[in-house]
Ligand binder design. Structure first.
Ligand code: HEC
Length: 155
């Protein structure tokens, strides 16, 4: 009995320490994670674009749309107060002041990628339809970036 209680309290003490150590790190500097996530979105869109110029490959379409489909739920949690002050971030202040619009575009990105996945899952039969689905997904990039992403100088 004593051993059980001891090990239990030791476990909760360890968990408390773990939470203290791990959560502020993520919460304070999610800028790096935001970049990584958006870069993966950019890579997937490029992979799909390239595939569409070569030969239609439903597997490439599906895999990459799935990567993007998983992004909105994560991205949503990466804008805690204070993370708008990082000079390396291109996140616009409106994310913090006009949040509803931002979330709405993320929902739309999720729905449009889900629709594109469904088309891709038709295999070759979905080829003609996929272009339109891809276009809808791409519209979300622009509509969010023009309001919620700062324009940085072009390289
Ligand atoms: C709901 C808003 C939103 C949507 C939708 C969105 N982005 Fe972004 N994107 C951002 C924000 C905000 C940043 C800047 C993040 C930062 O610097 O902290 C960004 C940054 C980027 C970057 C730069 C990454 C880096 O290294 O800093 C790329 C590339 C990118 N987005 C591609 C895309 C593509 C492609 C799509 C569409 C499939 C897309 N984004 C959809 C908000 C969005």
């Amino acid at each position: 009995m004593i051993t059980n209680t001891t090990s239990l309290s030791l476990t909760s003490a360890l968990m408390a320490v773990f939470m203290l150590v791990s959560s502020p790190v993520l919460a304070e500097n999610p800028v790096h994670e935001r970049h990584e996530l958006m870069e993966s979105v950019g890579k997937s869109m490029k992979a799909i674009g390239k595939m569409m110029q070569d030969f239609y490959d439903a597997k490439v379409a599906e895999d990459n749309m799935k990567i993007i489909n998983a992004v909105p739920d994560k991205f949503k949690t990466m804008f805690p107060k204070g993370s708008d002050k990082d000079p390396k971030s291109a996140a616009a202040p409106k994310i913090w002041t006009e949040r509803a619009g931002f979330d709405k575009i993320l929902e739309s990105l999720k729905a449009d990628t889900a629709a594109a996945i469904a088309v891709a899952q038709k295999g070759d039969a979905g080829e003609a339809e996929f272009g339109g689905a891809f276009g809808k997904v791409a519209k979300n990039c622009k509509s969010c970036h023009q309001t919620y992403k700062l324009k940085k100088e072009k390289h």
